[in-house]
Structure formats: C-alpha cells, structure tokens
Ligand binder design. Structure first.
Ligand code: ZN
Ligand code: ZN
Length: 253
C-alpha cells in the first residue's frame, strides 16, 4: 500500500496547513490540498474521497478538485462521509453561492459528484481497500479510518483528542503497520488541545500507550507555528517507534 500525505505549502515544505492522504493514487482521505496537485492526471486518478469531518483544513480544495476533474459522462468522484458531513458540504459549500451545486447539477448520465453516507464501524470496499470508519473525539462528529489492503493496514485517526473506541478496534484488527496520529499543540497549550479535541505531546504519549501493538507512530497535524516546539517535546519523551511525517514522501507498507 502506498500512502502519501500531500504537501500543503507553496513551495512544498514540511509545514502542514491542510490534510489529505492519498492511498495508491486513487483513494483520498480528506481533501485539504487535494485539488492543488499540479499534475492534473494525478487529480483525475482520484475516484473516492473519504471525509473525516467538515473542518476547512480537511475539505479546503474539494470544490477545486471536483471542478478540475469533471468530464461529461456518468463517471465522477465519490465522496464518502457521515451523512451529516455530506449534508453540511452540500448546504454550506456546494450551495449555488460559495460554489455551484454540483450535487443538483449531477444527473444520471452526467455527474460531477456522488455522495455515499458512511456508518461508523461498517466497513466499505473501494479500489481493493477495506475501509472501516471509526468514531473519534474531536468536538464535532469525526471519523478516523482503518485502511486494509489484505496485506498491510494503516490507520488515520484524523483530528482527535483522547478517545477509546478507536483503540479498542485497532487492538483487534488483523494487521496494523502504522498509525498517523495527530499532535496539534505544544504542552504549554494543553488546555487548548483539550478544549478543541486535539493532542499535545503529553496526551499523545498517554494515548499511544492505549494500543499494545508494535506499530509505526507517524505524527501529523502539527500546527505550523508550533511544529518545532512539538518536535522538541516529542523527542524529549524518547518514545519508541515515533517519527514525524514527511509530507510529499510516499510511504510503502
Ligand atoms: Zn478538525
Ligand atoms: Zn484538522
């Protein structure tokens, strides 16, 4: 399985402002910088976009992607997310004001987009991947995802603070190679992390202790202003198997 966290700065750097993971070039998890890939052929290969929640850093360029890849005909991008999230996106973005109503404009044989509601804990199969939606704890209803291709598996918990169902499920998953877990704030802002449903290094350390498995812990979602401080605090904890994500670098599992 190939996994890439798309870069979200211009020019590409380690700074992460937005969230979009691309798996095997055809399935995306969130649409932060997805519509900014300079190679349009790469955008056209993306057929399924799973959405974790409606926060703007996770959906920022979804309208641009759908505009970029539209071609007359029945084939279109499939959006998968909680029914409420699909509804928010329709009402608040594709509403004929902020952006054309691509849902309304889609007819049987000429489509811009199609939406598929996800139910927590009910896996779906897309492009050779089994994707299981797992609820996490982020203030708004948010799904993490377990992605398994039958040989390897990774988890994208998305934005979350301390949570439990996710770890219970991952503990019994048939395989698990890596978890892309967030740390948004430094320890000095632990209260803000708690209020907003995010992690700081101290809560990250408590959280990964909940999963008794030998996995790679790949840290994502460091707020750019605090990225260096978070990196120093994580290093000081000396946790095994913890690394910082490298945006734009494909991981193979
Ligand atoms: Zn969020
Ligand atoms: Zn976020």
């Amino acid at each position: 399985m190939k996994v890439e966290l798309l870069p979200s700065s211009i020019p590409p750097t380690e700074a992460q402002f937005l969230v979009s993971f691309l798996v095997n070039d055809v399935v995306a998890f969130d649409a932060g910088p997805l519509g900014l890939m300079a190679d349009l052929a790469k955008q056209e290969r993306v057929r399924h976009v799973f959405l974790t929640h409606e926060h703007i850093d996770h959906i920022a360029t979804l309208p641009i992607l759908l505009e970029n890849v539209y071609a007359p005909g029945p084939d279109c991008v499939e959006l998968l997310g909680l029914a409420d999230v699909l509804d928010f996106i329709h009402r608040d973005i594709f509403n004929g004001r902020v952006w054309p109503d691509f849902f309304e404009l889609s007819t049987g044989d000429d489509r811009f987009v199609t939406g598929t509601p996800l139910v927590p804990l009910e896996p779906v199969e897309r492009a050779g991947l089994t994707v299981t939606p797992l609820p996490v704890s982020h203030g708004v209803d948010t799904l993490g995802f377990l992605v398994d291709d039958g040989r390897s598996a990774v988890a994208f918990p998305s934005d979350t603070g301390p949570t439990d169902m996710l770890w219970t499920h991952l503990a019994s998953a048939p395989r698990l190679d890596a978890v892309f877990l967030e740390v948004s704030f430094p320890d000095a802002l632990a209260d803000l992390a708690t209020t907003t449903g995010h992690h700081c290094p101290a809560s990250f350390a408590r959280e990964i202790a909940k999963l008794d498995r030998d996995v790679r812990w790949i840290v994502v979602h460091r707020k750019a202003r605090f990225a260096a401080e978070i990196a120093r605090e994580l290093a000081a904890l000396g946790l095994p198997n913890v690394e910082l994500v490298q945006p734009g670098v494909p991981y193979e599992f």
